[in-house]
Design a protein around this ligand. Structure first.
Ligand code: DGL
Length: 268
């Protein structure tokens, strides 16, 4: 049975994998963390593009994946078009900051966006921003270092950076003009949800893209008639990393239940 391939620069994509497993409990998944070549969000586009193509090729050639989920906003912005051009018949799903759902949820008409520097600077993100309701005010904040702090579970650094970047958004809450909705535009940030929510207060809603990505994958597989019947017992998750196995294993133990050991792989 062919697995679904999922990759990210590190552990962040586990937040998407979690939603995928809930939506498709019968499927087999292969997850690649490209931690040996991360962070993506503070590297140049050529690096992210080359790495995404290398990891995509690895998933297609070594694991014969039947679908590919790019569980990284930065990699989606830099490489989804090239991946689709390389594998025109493979269902490929990307993740991008959930601006539209956030704008629809906001009552104050002010939305904060936390993402990597690379995502915010990308043409793809700028086009997405231009397509939004012009009456909604978006405040963009690049969060340098935050994905790396989450990657190594450095609680103190996560707290310090979240405090700095949420303060930089300006007034938050339900008063007119304040930001009442914040988009988590990097899959790593989902794992800082509690810290961010504490800092932003109860009147600010956080929005990530895990569930919509999972839903899109379900729809694409259904369209390709590749979805498995619900009663199969082949469900399984394989974890691979180009970095430290303990980092991925630790994160999987914290955030996904029962996924087993991570293995090291060189992806060139
Ligand atoms: N998880 C990635 C994203 O969604 C970025 C993390 C990194 O900078 O490597 O953008």
């Amino acid at each position: 049975m062919q697995p679904i391939g999922v990759f990210d620069s590190g552990v962040g994509g586990l937040s998407v994998l979690k939603a995928l497993r809930q939506a498709l409990p019968q499927e087999k998944f292969v997850y690649v963390s490209d931690a040996g070549h991360a962070p993506y969000g503070e590297r140049d586009v050529a690096h992210v593009l080359a790495r995404s193509l290398a990891v995509g090729r690895h998933l297609v050639q070594s694991h014969q994946v039947k679908a590919l989920v790019v569980a990284c906003n930065t990699a989606t912005a830099a490489a989804i078009a090239a991946l689709r051009a390389t594998y025109p018949t493979l269902p490929i799903v990307g993740v991008e900051p959930a601006l539209k759902p956030a704008a629809a949820r906001s009552r104050t008409g002010a939305v904060g966006v936390l993402a990597t520097r690379s995502t915010l600077a990308s043409d793809k993100f700028q086009a997405l921003l231009q397509a939004q309701n012009p009456q909604v005010r978006f405040v963009l904040q690049a969060c340098n270092g935050l994905a790396a702090a989450i990657e190594c579970a450095d609680t103190q650094q996560i707290h310090a950076l979240c405090a700095r970047y949420t303060a930089a958004l300006g007034p938050v809450g339900s008063l007119p003009g304040a930001i009442d909705t914040v988009v988590l535009g990097c899959t790593h940030y989902t794992f800082a949800t509690e810290v961010l929510q504490d800092l932003l207060g109860p009147n600010v809603e956080l929005i990530d893209a895990g569930d919509p990505v999972a839903q899109r994958t379900v729809n694409l597989l259904a369209h390709a008639t590749a979805v498995l019947p619900a009663h199969t017992d082949a469900a399984w998750v394989g974890l691979w990393t180009t970095g430290e196995t303990q980092t991925l294993e630790g994160a999987a133990q914290r955030w996904l239940v029962g996924t087993g050991l991570a293995r090291h792989v060189e992806v060139a």
